[in-house]
Write a protein that binds this ligand. Structure first.
Ligand SMILES: CC(C)(COP(=O)(O)OP(=O)(O)OC[C@H]1O[C@@H](n2cnc3c(N)ncnc32)[C@H](O)[C@@H]1OP(=O)(O)O)[C@@H](O)C(=O)NCCC(=O)NCCS
Length: 147
């Protein structure tokens, strides 16, 4: 399997929306499917389109909130590519790129068992939880890794 992480730009917004639409309707995940929201996201977040053998397989993104605080903003793998270790590889890629930092945070739905397992396996632990986190009526937990 040939994995490639391609930095997304404004020309990729339609692709990013297509990836998000594949994960629509799951209460444990809220994809960005709005063009202007993606435009804003691309201003301060490094978004990678994950390609497998030249095909779009998902996306992963992160933002440096400060020189010692990173935030993994998004991770989604298209259904046909799940269960093959691609999310794990992509997390490795991003964590290596972030390198040495004080803390890395992310937000996940408390019932998103597969994502929570994945993050725990990298050493992320529960930091806090909040109801209606994104205004979608659903709770989220914040997980943190202090490498
Ligand atoms: C969560 C998600 C990114 C996992 O992607 P994936 O490529 O299938 O994951 P991987 O194959 O790399 O598996 C990595 C780890 O995730 C966990 N995992 C994956 N699928 C799982 C499942 N069905 N049940 C439990 N754990 C699971 C395991 O810990 C697994 O590690 P292991 O294979 O060593 O046991 C994918 O299911 C997805 O895109 N879901 C919808 C969007 C989403 O919820 N994103 C998370 C946002 S916070």
């Amino acid at each position: 399997m040939d994995l490639l992480y391609r930095k997304a730009n404004r020309d990729d917004i339609a692709t990013l929306i297509t990836v998000g639409r594949n994960a629509l309707g799951i209460k444990t995940y809220s994809p960005i499917i709005d063009e202007s929201e993606w435009e804003q996201e691309l201003n301060n977040t490094l978004v990678y389109i994950i390609e497998v053998d030249g095909q779009v397989a998902g996306l992963i993104s992160y933002e440096m909130k400060s020189s010692n605080h990173a935030y993994i903003s998004d991770l989604v793998i298209l259904p046909a590519y799940r269960g093959k270790g691609i999310a794990r590889e992509s997390m490795n890629h991003v964590l290596n790129e972030i390198g040495k930092t004080e803390k890395i945070k992310l937000v996940v739905h408390p019932e998103n068992i597969s994502a929570i397992h994945l993050y725990q396996s990298f050493g992320f632990t529960l930091e806090s939880s909040k109801e209606n986190y994104f205004g979608d009526g659903e709770p989220r937990i914040t997980m943190v890794l202090k490498p």
